[in-house]
Design a protein around this ligand. Structure first.
Ligand SMILES: [Fe+2]
Length: 330
């Protein structure tokens, strides 16, 4: 019997896959294959899957009205961590489904547990990815995955304490650091960076200071994947610039994880950050409690920042976010 209260599963949880629901299947196929440069692994009747490494599926796109991320899969090292997590969910009264049918095959896993997480994002837990060791056919030399997982997600929450607490209680997440942005002499935005393993953050939670607002229609505002070399980053930037897809933030470097990156708009209206050279956290020497006052050491400029399209959709979203409670599993 595992003592779930005293078992620390930090370091044993890794972002495994991302499931998008979209009607823009053809655009996603073009974006994932020709812009990101992922390995096309599956393409049939409204379902796409892409590889980045030996996992049979990392990015999955399903024909669905959502135009949003439907689910994020989290790989747990063994049945011990899975049981600890399930015990914690049971203690909180969260209803969890066990799925081992075609939906598991669609995720590229033997089976998974699923429940509704913050903002209605489905959280899926698995221990056994299906592996495909056939050669990769990608437009870049490789991605940083392994113990660091597939990458990170960033979301904006109107209940940041509850949202941060969720990841801490479920996965023993640690706060790597924070960024607080000011307008004039007033802090307007706080971002908390949560790590689950050696990657500086697997989840970032952004929150407006004072009145809680959500500036985004989608559950996440971006997800991040990390390429192996600076040439990979540069070529991805070139491919995006030459495509019909939009670069939403130019190349820049973040002050905390020190990642060199740029951002693109996906066909479903949330962003993808492609990065390189993010630091690996050494637990023994990591200095907790650091806070930064800018999002970027340099760069990450927003082309067309004041376009009316962006302005109107943001205003509508902000007004919507003033009413209703944000979903949290507990
Ligand atoms: Fe990011």
């Amino acid at each position: 019997m595992v003592d779930q209260l005293n078992t620390d599963i930090f370091g044993k949880v890794h972002m495994g896959y991302l499931v998008v629901g979209s009607r823009k299947i053809a655009e996603w196929k073009d974006f994932a294959t020709n812009v990101i440069g992922l390995h096309p692994a599956f393409d049939s009747s409204g379902e796409l899957a892409f590889r980045m490494d030996e996992h049979a599926r990392r990015l999955i796109v399903l024909d669905d009205d959502a135009e949003d991320v439907l689910a994020v899969g989290w790989q747990l090292d063994s049945d011990i961590e899975l049981q600890v997590t399930l015990d914690r969910l049971a203690r909180r009264g969260v209803s969890v489904d066990y799925i081992s049918d075609g939906r598991a095959a669609s995720r590229g896993v033997a089976s998974f547990h699923q429940f509704v997480g913050p903002k209605g994002l489905l959280i899926e837990l698995f221990t056994e990815p299906t592996l495909d060791k056939s050669p990769l056919n990608m437009l870049c030399s490789g991605f940083v995955t392994g113990a660091a997982g597939m990458g990170h997600i960033s979301l904006m929450s109107r209940e940041p304490e509850g949202c941060i607490g969720f990841w801490q209680e479920l996965f023993d997440a640690r706060v790597s650091d924070t960024i607080s942005l000011a307008a004039g002499n007033k802090t307007v935005l706080d971002v908390t960076f949560l790590r689950l393993n050696q990657r500086h953050h697997s989840v970032a939670i952004a929150a407006t200071r004072g009145r809680p607002l959500d500036m985004f229609r989608t559950r996440i505002n971006h997800f991040n994947i990390e390429v192996a070399t600076v040439d990979d980053l540069s070529f991805a930037h070139e491919r995006c610039a030459e495509s019909g897809f939009k670069i939403t933030r130019g190349v820049g470097r973040h002050p905390n994880d020190q990642e060199l990156s740029f951002y693109m708009m996906t066909p479903s209206g949330f962003e993808l950050e492609i990065g390189w050279d993010a630091l690996t956290v050494e637990e023994a020497s990591w200095q907790e409690g650091k806070s930064y006052s800018n999002m970027s050491t340099w760069g990450h400029d927003i082309p067309g920042r004041f376009s009316s399209e962006l302005g109107i959709s943001h205003v509508v979203q902000i007004i919507r976010s003033l009413s209703g409670k944000e979903y949290l599993p507990w």
